[in-house]
Ligand binder design. Structure first.
Ligand code: IMP
Ligand code: MG
Length: 173
């Protein structure tokens, strides 16, 4: 297993997080923001971006899994659901990466059934070429090619989440 040099450096990552946070801060001024981190993958991105958003907000989490090793198994399992009342909230789902779109589409529909005041999605990485289910993304950090990436919260087999940068992961025989 090989983790290569940075594909996105710490500086590129932090510059982009600040950019996204600035746009979100402006667009959510005067709203009732509930920032929902989708765990585990988004835990670092989520904690970075919420600290840069200048509007008041409440946080909650969703824990879901749909991945076995590096291949999506296409089935979403829920481990923790939002506890906050969303009926008066402007919900912003914050995810690490959108690949097939299956997970986020499932979570989006699940949240919509609870009738939030509004619902938007922020994803740090978008592997658009891999999409199987269309999901509307309101804020995207980087569009990346079809490569498996690790670091900055993203894992392979639950490892490498603590790398401060994002790297392309290559499996050796
Ligand atoms: P989707 O349902 O196929 O869109 O998969 C979404 C989830 O799979 C993401 O939230 C990640 O947790 C995981 N995932 C997808 N692509 C990658 C990758 O390149 N590296 C690490 N995790 C990934
Ligand atoms: Mg995820």
């Amino acid at each position: 297993m090989v983790v290569g040099k940075p594909f996105l450096t710490v500086e590129q990552i932090h510059g982009k997080v600040k950019e996204l946070a600035d746009v979100i801060s402006d667009e959510y001024e005067g709203k009732n923001l509930l920032a929902v981190g989708i765990l585990k993958g988004a835990f670092i991105f989520f904690s970075d971006i919420v600290r840069l958003i200048r509007t008041p907000l409440v946080v909650d989490f969703l824990i879901a899994s749909s991945y076995v090793k590096s291949d999506s198994c296409g089935e979403v399992k829920m481990h923790y659901d939002i506890r906050e009342d969303v009926s008066d909230k402007d919900v912003l789902l914050i995810d690490d990466i959108v690949d097939t779109g299956i997970t986020l589409n499932y979570l989006r529909e699940r949240v919509l059934m609870k009738a939030p005041r509004s619902l938007r999605i922020c994803a740090f990485l978008d592997k658009a070429d891999r999409r199987q289910v269309a999901v509307p993304l309101d804020y995207v950090g980087f569009r990346i090619p079809n490569e498996f990436v690790v670091g900055y919260g993203l894992d392979f087999d639950n490892k490498f989440r603590n790398l401060p940068y994002i790297s392309i992961f290559k499996k050796t025989a």
